[in-house]
Design a protein around this ligand. Structure first.
Ligand code: UDP
Ligand code: MG
Length: 323
């Protein structure tokens, strides 16, 4: 087993050296081959200088550096793209997760595709972080059907084939288990240690919960309808269109019987329903076209095979130049 450990770092200069030491001692004791991918997310302090120094001293350290701050999700995406391991472990760079938990995750990854940490005794402020996070975890579990206590815990282990099949956008790293469940994965959850932040400051506040809930809408939609958008928009569209048709038919009958219908609010409502119905069905059809363009232009199948990272996409043939 070759293990890639991916660490996102944004202005964490004080934490890097102790974190490197802790990761090294845990992984050396574990006796597995490993690499440490430290992703500097556009830090403005000396994070990258420290990483370069570590990279020069320790051949297992692979520093990556963003040109600007792209966010934690992008940092994971870069780490996953560059990871060479069969197993990828993600861990926060601020020493709040404890590297000592990694062996526990690794021992479970054989039988599972994802092993997720659970910060049961989370050491963050209650009102701004733990309470919103409890609510968010409850909602995410209900909505996605993937039952985890702690989506936000960065300490997780993945089989590489699972994350290499997933494209990440927005703030979506916490939804990897939910997105991966689309492909059919086995997920385990283990309790992990959590420490209060020793150095630096947290990069997030309460506004994060709102962004998470918005991402949840996207994930739920993709989970349910990504390959059949017309079935998401169609039923409502048909209902509206049919309702509008019946209402307006009724008004037409009244008109034929000699009543005036021009001033009736019902006429406006019936017409609105018909237009909305047509638009919803049109949106579904546009979605169907997008799905086909997405899958067919990139040769992405609508299924995922066990044990296969991704299909080798044949490169487009080179255009012959005129002699
Ligand atoms: N992080 C990052 N880019 C960002 C924000 C955060 O790479 O834009 C990193 C940060 O350096 C840390 C991890 O993500 O290693 C978690 O961030 P933080 O500790 O601020 O979040 P919290 O633990 O408070 O949820
Ligand atoms: Mg933290």
């Amino acid at each position: 087993m070759f293990v890639s450990i991916v660490v996102p770092l944004y202005n964490e200069e004080e934490s890097i050296e102790p974190l490197h030491k802790a990761l090294k001692s845990v992984m050396d004791a574990e006796g597995k081959d490993y690499e440490l991918i430290f992703v500097d997310d556009g830090s403005t302090d000396s994070t990258f200088q420290k990483l370069e120094k570590l990279g020069a001293e320790d051949s297992r350290v692979r520093p990556l550096s963003f040109r600007r701050n792209f966010g934690q999700t992008a940092a994971f995406a870069a780490g996953f793209d560059h990871a060479k391991g069969d197993v990828i472990v993600t861990i926060d760079g601020d020493l709040q997760n404890d590297p000592k938990d990694i062996p526990k995750l690794l021992s479970l990854i054989g039988r599972n595709d994802i092993v997720s940490g659970w910060r049961r005794k989370r050491r963050d402020p209650f009102l701004t972080r733990r309470l919103p996070s409890m609510a968010a975890n409850w909602i995410i579990s209900r909505v996605t059907g993937v039952k985890l206590h702690d989506y936000g815990c960065t300490l997780k282990a993945y089989k590489a084939e699972v994350v290499k099949n997933i494209n990440l956008y927005g703030e979506m790293h916490r939804f990897i288990p939910a997105v991966a469940s689309l492909y059919g994965v086995k997920i385990a959850e283990v309790e992990t240690i959590h420490h209060p932040r020793l150095y630096g400051t947290s990069k997030y506040g309460i506004s994060r919960t709102i962004r998470v809930l918005l991402d949840l809408i996207t994930v739920k939609f993709l989970q349910s309808f990504s390959t059949r958008p017309l079935q998401a928009f169609g039923p409502l569209g048909m209902l509206c269109g049919f309702g509008g048709f019946v209402i307006n038919l009724y008004l037409v009958v009244l008109k034929i019987l000699g009543q005036s219908i021009g001033g009736r609010p019902l006429l406006l409502f019936g017409t609105l329903l018909i237009i909305v119905g047509i638009q919803l069905i049109g949106m579904g059809l546009l979605g169907e076209m997008l799905v086909r363009v997405y899958h067919e232009s990139q040769k992405k199948p609508i299924y995922v095979l066990k044990g296969v990272e991704s299909l080798d996409v044949p490169k487009s043939p080179e255009i012959e130049k005129d002699p």
